[in-house]
Design a protein around this ligand. Structure first.
Ligand SMILES: [Zn+2]
Length: 87
């Protein structure tokens, strides 16, 4: 007799897609490594920005411009994304 571990569905915190989660064991928050890494690097970026001394405001505009340019590395429409994640 095979006893299967009960499963339930959970939503990925990044892309919102649903994935199976087993009742026992460590619970995942993300559907795949892509979503997990996105959160990891986003948190690292925010932590880094928080650590910058902005008392000299001269370079704030430059940093904002750099961050804005990061958006240009992302696809403009979902149909350009060529993987199973909905980021
Ligand atoms: Zn996801």
């Amino acid at each position: 007799m095979i006893i299967q571990t009960p499963e339930f569905f959970i939503k990925s915190k990044v892309c919102g897609s649903t994935f199976k989660q087993k009742i026992n064991g460590r619970h995942r928050e993300y559907c795949n490594d892509n979503c997990k890494n996105y959160t990891k690097y986003l948190n690292a970026l925010v932590k880094t920005i928080d650590s910058i001394d902005f008392t000299n405001h001269e370079y704030v505009k430059s940093i904002k411009s750099d961050l804005f340019s990061v958006v240009n590395h992302m696809p403009k429409k979902n149909k350009e994304v060529n993987h199973d994640c909905n980021i």
